[in-house]
Ligand binder design. Structure first.
Ligand SMILES: NC(=O)c1ccc[n+]([C@@H]2O[C@H](COP(=O)([O-])OP(=O)(O)OC[C@H]3O[C@@H](n4cnc5c(N)ncnc54)[C@H](OP(=O)(O)O)[C@@H]3O)[C@@H](O)[C@H]2O)c1
Length: 308
């Protein structure tokens, strides 16, 4: 049976906008709560999407939102802040809300490298969140673990492109860190396929792109795509930690020491992309949104990154 009437938590975010668009294109009815409607305004024109002003952490809100839904997708995740609350307590509350509201299907977004033995709080809390949802034996749960995700609104390649615009020397911590970036559209396709695939129940899927890169290679690739000749300098361990220590005190928290600890684990997949989907290559897609363009064309990207 085709599932319909789906609650998408975190649907206003980077992955959410692509997943919601993909599901809405199939005519599915979706509810997307947001703390700031302005942030979800790109979803407002979609006819089957109901954007609701709500703080899903507030008591009783999730239960009310999940009531009568057939499925819940949880995309909420943070890179710094209260990991326990966002990655463990929220999934627990989502499971409870599914049970109370009658939703039998739960799709949960984790991260590649999630493990109780991981060096970072981010990855350990993601592992705890996975445990919480997979232990809910009465629900049909599927977990996704993507590597770093790229796409027009990403906070990864776009950040390096932005830094390369203003600085001639780019000092990066953990230059040897390994990533296998995956296209946001492929992530959305995999999640959408899983929704109706009974085989995916109880499974954990890793999502990664066509190729592995070191962080240095990725930064150099961004410089090449944007046509900026920049000196990329790898910072040795202690200097990298010092940089992260300073950055985590600044607004925007470009990088934290916990992020550096996550980068100690290779962010690469053990197997092929699931559901027979052929993932798309970074080199084929990233130039379309990273290559320098005029201010008018850049305006939507700038607004998205400024969260306006
Ligand atoms: N992007 C990546 O490279 C990447 C890689 C691996 C895993 N992931 C995982 O994929 C998921 C989606 O990532 P994303 O890049 O789409 O994230 P994002 O752009 O930051 O979106 C996260 C969404 O969660 C919602 N949210 C609701 N309550 C929140 C709270 N208390 N704190 C923080 N956010 C809250 C936010 O909605 P409102 O602000 O509208 O309320 C926001 O739209 C996350 O679980 C992330 O950990 C992402």
């Amino acid at each position: 049976m085709k599932l319909d009437n789906i609650l998408v938590l975190g649907g206003s975010g980077f992955v959410g906008r692509h997943l919601v668009a993909a599901l809405a294109a199939e005519g599915l009815r979706l509810t997307v709560p947001t703390r700031r409607r302005e942030r979800a305004k790109h979803l407002l024109p979609l006819p089957t999407v109901d954007v609701v002003d709500a703080d899903i952490m507030a008591p009783g809100t999730l239960e009310a939102l999940a009531h009568g839904k057939q499925a819940v997708v949880n995309l909420v995740g943070i890179l710094h802040g209260d990991f326990e609350r966002a990655h463990v307590q929220l999934p627990r509350a989502v499971v409870a809300a599914c049970r109370a509201g009658g939703a039998k299907r739960l799709i949960h977004m984790s991260a590649l490298g999630a493990s109780s033995a991981a060096p970072s709080q981010y990855l350990r809390s993601k592992a705890l969140g996975e445990r919480v949802v997979l232990d809910a034996a009465d629900l049909a749960v599927t977990v996704f673990r993507p590597s770093v995700i790229f796409g027009p609104e990403d906070a990864f390649l776009n950040t390096f492109a932005c830094l390369a615009r203003y600085f001639f020397v780019l000092p990066i911590a953990c230059p040897q860190a390994r990533f296998q970036p995956v296209y946001v559209g492929d992530v959305a396709r995999a999640m959408s396929r899983a929704l109706d695939d009974p085989e995916s129940r109880g499974k954990v899927y890793e999502l990664a792109g066509t190729q592995e890169y070191s962080l240095r290679e990725l930064v150099e690739l961004v410089c090449a795509i944007t046509g900026r000749e920049r000196l990329v300098v790898g910072l040795p361990g202690r200097l990298g930690s010092l940089q992260a220590f300073v950055m985590e005190k600044l607004p925007g928290r470009l990088i934290t020491r916990d992020n550096l600890r996550s980068m100690q684990v290779p962010n690469v997949a053990a197997g092929p992309f699931p559901f027979g989907i052929q993932p798309q290559a970074l080199e084929a897609l990233a130039p379309a949104y990273l290559a320098p363009i005029g201010p008018r064309e850049r305006y939507p990207q700038l607004r998205w990154r400024a969260r306006r």
